[in-house]
Design a protein around this ligand. Structure first.
Ligand code: SF4
Ligand code: ZN
Length: 357
């Protein structure tokens, strides 16, 4: 069975177990310190309910690590309702004079099937009138990044900064296709970056790439190398910022199936520290490390003594764009051992080291 068929089967099984949730239950928001293009500020992140990512709903079954589809409505969502839900979440938070907004559509904000154009434009016009909002960040697969769509967006948003984040995951086409099931090539990614670059003279547009740390069937050292190489590739391609997302085990994914069989573990936090330090030493574009799930059974993990210390250091370093200072802990020698292991015997060492649930 190929990766797409396997993925589709896992996805279909998880759909059957899903409990239907209301639009309100699927909407969420939070507010946090962040580094914006205009300096240190706050960001309001809002999860909007949609029908779900078209890539995951199709025959491919979606990407092997992603379960966003399980948090989607799976039916068309009325444009007015999307807008009202956006406003009610947005208004829960106080603005500072340097506020960013991130909209997570659990897929592609620029795909009109996922986010109806009417809802999109209403949100953009609403934000264009908020003086404290300095930038808007959305996510999209490369195939929806088109000049006419972006021009329509700026017609509603005005001259505010608009960043499109693309889940490139890796610069290695084989890994992206065979281990992540991403369904687009390096060439597709580069074309989308060219489209963004071609508009930079006329519009306040920026790009960001997400880099996945440790896809399946990848050893600890391969994961480190791949993430660092991908970051370098992004800078070379003209990406404005990068954000690393270390794998966490999401329900109903192929990654979860492998993890349950002891054939996969998320990366060590030590690996994440090495990636961020190497990237910041060598690149000039800003880089961020997502710390979701750090220190949990399903996320990047070191040991109980140092998980939190390193997580906090990484969060602080994201704001300052600084290097993470040397920390010593007994668990480091296990990590060094894992770095020397191949992907085949890797999981045994790691599983032994992890706490039992
Ligand atoms: S990672 Fe993005 S493209 Fe892949 S299934 Fe998830 S939402 Fe869709
Ligand atoms: Zn430790």
């Amino acid at each position: 069975m190929g990766i797409q068929e396997l993925n589709k089967e896992i996805r279909t099984n998880s759909f059957e177990k899903m409990k239907k949730r209301s639009l309100k239950q699927l909407t969420a928001s939070w507010y946090q310190d962040d580094l914006l293009y205009s300096g240190v500020g706050k960001t309001i992140s809002i999860i909007l309910p949609t029908i779900g990512c078209s890539w995951a709903l199709g025959d491919s079954g979606g990407c092997t690590m992603c379960s966003y589809i399980s948090d989607s409505f799976l039916e068309n969502v009325n444009a007015d309702e999307v807008f009202e839900l956006f406003v009610s979440e947005f208004e829960k938070h106080d603005l500072t004079e340097n506020t960013g907004v991130k909209i997570f559509a659990s897929g592609s904000f620029l795909n009109p099937i996922e986010v109806p154009t009417v809802a999109r434009d209403k949100i953009l016009k609403y934000l264009s009138k908020k003086n404290d909002v300095k930038e808007l960040v959305v996510e999209s697969r490369p195939e929806y990044i088109k000049k006419n769509v972006l021009k329509d967006i700026f017609a509603c948003l005005g001259d505010k900064l608009f960043e499109v984040s693309v889940g490139l995951e890796t610069s290695n086409d084989f890994t992206r296709e065979e281990k992540i099931n991403k369904g687009f090539s390096e060439e597709d990614f580069e074309k989308s970056m060219e489209t963004i670059k071609s508009l930079k003279n006329s519009y306040n547009i920026k790009s960001k790439a997400y880099i996945l740390v440790k896809p399946i069937l990848t050893s600890e050292s391969e994961a480190i190398e791949d993430a660092i190489e991908t970051a370098t590739y992004c800078e070379r391609t003209g990406v404005d910022r990068i954000s690393f997302t270390p794998t966490t085990i999401h329900k109903g994914t192929l990654v979860e199936q492998l993890w349950k069989r002891g054939s996969y573990q998320p990366p060590w936090i030590w690996s994440v520290v090495e990636i961020i330090n190497e990237t910041r030493k060598n690149l000039s574009i800003p880089s961020f490390m997502d710390t979701s799930g750090f220190g949990s059974r399903r996320g990047p993990y070191n040991c109980k003594k140092c998980n939190k210390i390193l997580k906090n250091a990484i969060i602080e370093s994201n704001i300052k764009q600084s290097l993470i200072e040397e920390v010593n802990c007994e668990c480091k020698s296990h990590w060094i051992g894992d770095k020397k292991s191949s992907s085949l015997n890797y999981s045994k060492t790691r599983v032994k080291h992890l706490p039992l649930i």
